[in-house]
Design a protein around this ligand. Sequence first.
Ligand code: ZN
Length: 58
Amino acid sequence: MAVKKGDLPQKTCAICGRPFTWRKKWAKVWDEVRYCSDRCRRERRSSGQAERPSSTQS
Ligand SMILES: [Zn+2]
């Protein structure tokens, strides 16, 4: 049984805290989706834990 239309699951974005609704493009990765958009997904990396720079420091 597929998900009925109008009864789509929702999640809360881990970055902006806003709820977002299931999208067709997430059908195969819904369990892994934590962010409402690619923008928030990038925010996770840009702001947050400081990653070690791959380039050598001067
Ligand atoms: Zn978001």
